[in-house]
Ligand binder design. Structure first.
Ligand code: PEP
Ligand code: MN
Length: 262
């Protein structure tokens, strides 16, 4: 179902009137994790004013250490919904366990994180919904494996899948991951699904988010998902790769300029 061979037109996914794919570009921004009402609402208003069209924020966080902040869980989703009511921005947040699905009723886009890309039972359950799924590429998965994971969701009847390249593990240690820029044109040739890029997790360093963002747009990405925090040095997760609202405002404006050239 994901194969371009049997579906030549680009898929356009409609998220409360916000279209992505087939020439429709969208900018998703927000903190790695929801930390408080004030934090998520402040960031939401600011990224909206800068041109973001969707809000991201984690409530269930897949942390490497069990002693790291794990997210605000149900309360985090409640706060995202408040930010959505305040700004009108659709919200994107990660699911880690299908038993939490009832909490995602009013979530606009459900994210499957890199670590769950091959959690096939989770993918099958999400395939029973009609809600858009943002499927991130696993840390060490091939594009063929990413497409097969999309197929798991689509096979169940949910064809609203957005693919996300977020950097992969390589021998290079200068960056958190290595952005596989060729994933964008390769995926576009193999599938009709929208392809977005996460330059924040690819880089791991806020200074590198700008060049990776501009490169992703030039390579044909249908959108971006960028981490923005109002106080990166005090962020509970992924501060070093988070842009300040001001840096995001500047980057969003440059992104529109590069998009014009495409
Ligand atoms: C995230 O989006 O904050 C995240 C955990 O991403 P990934 O699954 O790509 O590491
Ligand atoms: Mn993060």
């Amino acid at each position: 179902k994901a194969n371009r061979k049997f579906h030549t037109d680009d898929t356009v996914i409609d998220i409360n009137g916000i279209k992505i794919g087939g020439g429709n570009f969208q900018m998703i921004a927000g903190p790695c994790s929801v930390e408080s009402r004030e934090q998520i609402c402040t960031i939401a208003e600011s990224v909206k004013n800068s041109g973001a069209t969707m809000l991201r924020g984690g409530a269930f966080k897949p942390r490497t250490s069990p002693y790291s902040f794990q997210g605000m869980h149900a309360e985090g989703i409640e706060l995202l919904l408040e930010a959505k009511r305040l700004t009108g921005l659709p919200i994107v947040t990660e699911i880690m366990n299908i038993s939490h699905l009832p909490l995602f009723e009013e979530v606009d886009v459900i994210q499957v994180g890199a670590r769950n890309m091959q959690n096939f039972e989770l993918l099958k359950e999400l395939g029973k919904l009609q809600k858009p799924i943002l499927l991130k590429r696993g840390l060490a998965n091939t594009l063929e494996e990413l497409l097969m994971s999309a197929e798991y969701i689509m096979a169940g009847g949910n064809e609203n899948v957005i693919l996300c390249e977020r950097g992969i593990r390589t021998f290079e240690t200068a960056t958190r991951n290595t952005l596989d820029i060729s994933a964008i044109p390769v995926l576009h040739s193999k599938t009709h699904l929208p392809v977005i890029v996460d330059p924040s997790h690819s880089a791991g360093i806020s200074r590198l988010v700008r060049p990776l963002t501009l490169a992703a747009i030039a390579a044909g990405a249908d959108g971006l998902i960028i981490e923005v925090h109002n106080d990166p040095s005090r962020a509970l997760c992924d501060g070093p790769q988070s842009l300040t609202p001001r840096a995001f405002e500047h980057l969003a404006s440059e992104s529109r300029e590069v998009l014009q050239l495409m």
